[in-house]
Design a protein. Sequence first.
Length: 197
Amino acid sequence: MFTGIIQAIGSIAAIREDEGSYVLSISTPDNFLVNVKKGDSICVNGVCLTATDLKDNQFDADVSGETIRCTSFKQLIKGSNVNLELALTLSDHLGGHLVTGHVDGIGIVKKVKKESSSTCLTVTAPKEIARYIARKGSICMDGVSLTVNSVEGDDFTVNIIPHTIENTVIINYQAETIINLEIDLIARYVERLHTYN
């Protein structure tokens, strides 16, 4: 479980294919992995991965071919920057919202518009998950916990403050950027309660 508060930006050091699956090697800033053990979960651009190998400021993680196909990971190349967050502990502050690291679908940035000191993003969500996105609700974009400002059809908007822009991969977003989306957990349970007979 994660909070959607990004702790560091890492970069893809290598991508290796292994019998239809992939191994990502991810470089991290100094001391990011100091308390991480083999087998721990790390959220990478909104995807929960397991650290399978650790050395200095780098960890490896296995990624299935299905995860590559269903997330923005298909765009990753050596040198790509990625958002990183370590798993939540019971003593941590819950600064964002509860994030599982299970991507529901990929969205497409439609528009990036500067508004005073912040930046407004318009994102198009897949139709099958757009119904779960609500005004003033939470959305996780590439692992970042954000508040939805408005919703119109399959499109929604979020405002990004300068601190978030400067400390996440959102700084690289432009029109047509593909991003990982995770809807709020509450929406999943409301749907289940509504449809259960």
